[in-house]
Ligand binder design. Structure first.
Ligand SMILES: [Zn+2]
Length: 103
């Protein structure tokens, strides 16, 4: 069985899963960014996190770092959400929920 070269975490011997970090270190980086201790940019600049491979600048929201949905994926997601919201709105109206309007 040929030995495949697998990316290794920048901080330990574990397999790198995302942005050059293993799951644990990635989770820690997430935590630092989320809690505002470091920005994503700071971590990238200090070599603790690999820059994202996506095109252009991405928002420093950790939730958005992992996925890079295409425009059509986003559009179908938005369409789906709208349908769900319309259903919720109808239900609320049926129940006399008053002026809850979701736009
Ligand atoms: Zn690690």
């Amino acid at each position: 069985m040929p030995k495949q070269k697998r990316p290794q975490c920048l901080k330990c011997k574990n397999l790198a899963l995302s942005r050059g970090l293993c799951r644990d270190h990635y989770a820690k980086a997430y935590y630092l960014i989320r809690s505002g201790i470091n920005t994503e940019q700071e971590l990238v600049e200090s070599g603790e996190l690999l820059p994202s491979r996506g095109r252009g600048r991405r928002p420093a929201n950790p939730e958005l770092l992992e996925d890079n949905p295409t425009k059509s994926e986003l559009r179908s997601l938005v369409a789906l959400l709208k349908r769900v919201l319309i259903k919720i709105e109808k239900k609320l109206k049926e129940k006399g929920g008053g002026n809850i309007k979701i736009t």
